[in-house]
Design a protein around this ligand. Structure first.
Ligand code: FES
Ligand code: FE
Length: 364
């Protein structure tokens, strides 16, 4: 048997702070949907680790990200989570204003300050990439390879780099978003997502559609393996009724199957024939994680006004069942019973890999 991380890993604010620095502020972080910033001037702010980042669409249509901090005396530039700026981003303190590309555009008495260079005193850029219709940010000076650490996760899991492309996730539209405020450490959520040992106990609706999950071995167990739908299940819905057909480009093998991908540190992607469910975790404290879960559909499905209830309800229940389990576990992390941790059964070997990864990131 393999030991887990000790309980303190899930409760100690200092360890959480270290994870913020060495994981969330160092790796690619899936922050927002790109269609949430429709036109020039649209912005949103997002918290990553201890930093606030502003993402804005420029007049050239490109998305850019900057630290949400004024270069003058450090005031937070945008206090609102989202909105639209007209021409510039203006600091509310002494009115320095910045172009949408980050350059210092104007400041009171700027003409009398010849040594202020507009680029040097412009906003500090944050690395940004787009994938699956989401904006991914990295606060590191030199980000890790996006191909290796982000898109590579899908390739590693599905075996074939083209497999995820068949879903054209970046062309899907947001059908529903549910936000969960989970009173548990982010690692408990990752660990839960990585194993299916719990599926038979807590996920009756899911195992009805995916019977092999009742056996305890997750779809993530084998490279390229997707869990087959039960014969009587017509679709990936809460009661097995039909969903919305099959996305146009899927291979025959991808139809009637469920695939799950973990993109460390904070994204889960679930692929089913007629939609995609994407979870993003926002770790807030050692014992609290906000999860935004998006249900993405072909735009035609949404345009038809179809009722998504039975489709959304399946994974919404799974989420509630999973997060309930995580919340049930969190208090145990500070019990003396868990000081030395717990144990992993063989079907949880992905969790051992994850713990190894965490320890490496924290250089333990
Ligand atoms: Fe922003 Fe002074 S702190 S203008
Ligand atoms: Fe689960």
């Amino acid at each position: 048997m393999v030991a887990t991380l000790p309980g303190s890993s899930y409760t100690d604010p200092e360890i959480f702070r270290e994870e913020q620095r060495k994981i969330f502020e160092s790796l690619w972080f899936c922050a927002f949907r790109t269609d949430e910033l429709p036109g020039p001037g649209a912005f949103r702010t997002v918290e990553i680790g201890t930093e606030s980042v502003i993402v804005v669409r420029g007049r050239d249509g490109a998305l850019r990200a900057f630290l949400n901090i004024c270069r003058h005396r450090g005031a937070r530039l945008c206090a609102e989570p989202e909105g639209e700026v007209r021409r510039t981003i203006r600091c509310a303190y002494h009115a320095w204003s910045y172009d949408l590309d980050g350059r210092l555009a104007a400041a009171p008495n700027l003409a009398r300050m010849p040594d202020i260079d507009r680029i040097e005193y412009g906003l500090i850029p944050v690395h940004l990439r787009e994938w699956l219709g989401y904006g991914w940010l990295c606060l590191a000076g030199e980000p890790p390879s996006f191909e290796e650490t982000v898109t590579g996760a899908a390739t590693e899991r599905l075996g074939d780099p083209a497999a995820i492309e068949h879903y054209h996730v970046d062309e899907l539209a947001l059908g529903r978003r549910i936000r969960y405020d989970v009173r548990a450490n982010w690692k408990l959520l990752v660990e839960n997502f990585m194993e299916c040992y719990h599926c038979a106990t807590i996920h009756p609706e899911l195992t009805a559609v995916l019977p092999e999950f009742a056996g305890g071995y997750a779809a993530q167990y084998y490279v390229g393996h997707g869990a087959a739908f039960a014969e009587r299940a017509e679709g990936f819905t809460v009661d097995g009724r039909a969903g919305f057909g099959t996305l146009p480009d899927l291979s025959a093998e991808q139809d009637r199957r469920y695939y799950a991908i973990t993109v460390k540190p904070q994204v889960f992607v679930n692929l089913v024939p007629d939609h995609v469910i994407l979870h993003r975790m926002f770790p807030v404290a050692a014992d609290r994680t906000v999860v935004e879960c998006d249900w993405l559909y072909h735009p035609d499905v949404l345009a038809s006004g179809a009722d998504l209830t039975h489709s959304v309800e399946l994974f919404h229940r799974v989420n509630e069942q999973d997060f309930d389990a995580c919340e049930r576990t969190q208090p145990g992390m500070s019990s003396r019973a868990y000081r030395a941790g717990g144990v992993l059964v063989p079907s949880e070997h992905h969790i051992a890999d994850f713990h190894h990864w965490v320890n490496q990131r924290l250089r333990r």
